[in-house]
Write a protein that binds this ligand. Sequence first.
Ligand SMILES: C[S@@+](CC[C@H](N)C(=O)[O-])C[C@H]1O[C@@H](n2cnc3c(N)ncnc32)[C@H](O)[C@@H]1O
Length: 254
Amino acid sequence: MVGCANGHPFNVAKEGYINLLLSHQRKSKNPGDEPAMVMARRRFFDSGAYAPLTAAIAAFPMFGKSGVSVLDCGCGEGHLLGALSEQVEGCFYGIDISKKAVQVAARRHKKATWLVANGMRDIPIADNSMDVILSVLAPRNNSEFSRILKPDGALLIGVPGPNHLIELRQKLQFSSGDFAAKADQAAEKCAPQFIETNREILSFKQTLDREQIADLIQMTPLFYRSGEEAKAAVMQLDELSVTVSFTLITLKPA
Ligand SMILES: C[S@@+](CC[C@H](N)C(=O)[O-])C[C@H]1O[C@@H](n2cnc3c(N)ncnc32)[C@H](O)[C@@H]1O
């Protein structure tokens, strides 16, 4: 058992994670990604379809520092932080508001510390303690990130890049979306606490089989926003070649 300064006791779950989410810090009983989404995401990452993304992030120079400390806020089922913790010597903390996500992360990746917590409230990480904060497709908390990050640390955010999944979007009758503008907005929203220092676009083609298509749809907002007919037609495809594109933006404290 662990405790906080206000005297709340918290159990360490059998999987090794700690649930720090108090009832007033959540809007629903089971906030964040629901179990079916988490498991779709887990299967999709396990299939290797986004492996180039994990490899590209792991190759960033900040992970070359010995003893690097990393927070992944909105870590999901933990594939990225888990992979980093296997490859790099350091301290790794994953936070997600979804208990299921943290459970499956903790069950698999033993070299990181996993916490159920609301990343949009007070983040349970000490001041000036992290070299890197990762925020990939997850909500960002500028004021807390700026408190937690060391003065020479880096915030690395990942957002969908140009033409991300355009082939799937077209089949589901979605607009292609102005992803360049969205990346600019994401970087601007990190101000005034953070200043952009680097931007890279990672783009590659991936041929997905039927299971991967179903999991990809289920793990994204496309699942809820698509019409049933278009979704059913896409789920019948034997394969689909898609563009995968991410914009990776590095920022430093202002
Ligand atoms: C699109 S998923 C991305 C997960 C992971 N970063 C990845 O790339 O696979 C967004 C994640 O943010 C989590 N999330 C949403 N709101 C959150 C909050 N307030 N605090 C912490 N995590 C949150 C969700 O539960 C979900 O796991």
